[in-house]
Design a protein around this ligand. Sequence first.
Ligand code: MG
Length: 224
Amino acid sequence: MKLADVSTWVFDLDNTLYPMATIYDAIGDRMTAYIARAAGVDEDEALILRERYFHAYGATVCGLMAHHNIDAHDFLRDVHDVDYSVLSPDPDLAALIARLPGRKFIFTNGGGGHAERALSRLGFNGLFERIFDIEAADLAPKPQPEAYQRLIASCGFDPRGAVFVEDTLKNLEPAHAMGFFTVVVGPVHPEPHPPYVDAHAPNLTTFLDGWIARGQLGQIGETR
Ligand SMILES: [Mg+2]
C-alpha cells in the first residue's frame, strides 16, 4: 500500500502512541479499589475480577457492567483520576504524525477523559480529528465488531482506504475483515503473523519513519 493511497489513519492509544507502563499501575490500582467497593470484595478478589473481565470483554468496564451493574461513566472518570505528568512529550512522533496525509483518528477502549489527558501530555494536541473512545462507541469495546462499525459510521470514512495501527493483535482481526490495512506495533509477536496482520514494526516511530521515507510499505515486515 502506498502512502498516497491512504485517506484515513486510525490509531489505538495505549502502548501504540506511547508506552503505558509509566501510568498503568496508577490507573490499575484505582480500578482494583473501585471494583472492591462496587462488588463488595477484598482487593485480592477485585484484582482477579479486573483481569478476568479485561480478558473476557476487551475492557474491564464491560465486565463490570455485565456482572455488577456499575455506572460505566462514573467508573471511567474515577479510575483515570491519576497524575498524567508521568508521561513524557514525544515531539519526534508528533512530527511524524503531522506529516501523514489524510484524516487521523484515535480509537481506544479507554474513556473518562483518559485519551484527552494523555494526548495533551504527550504533545499530540491538534494532531487528530477526533478521539473515538469506548464512551463514543456506546460502550462497545474493541474487538467487538460494533465498535468498528460505530467508528466508521460516526467518523464517515471508507475502511478500504484506512490504516489501523494497534499493539493488541486480536483487535486487528475485525478491522482486517472490514478492509482496513492492519499494522501491529510492539516488541513481541508470534511468527508467522496471522493472516489479518498486513504489516508489523517494533514501534510506531520506526514504522512511520520508514513509510514516510519510502512513500510506501516495503521493508518493515510488509505482508501485503
Ligand atoms: Mg493498546
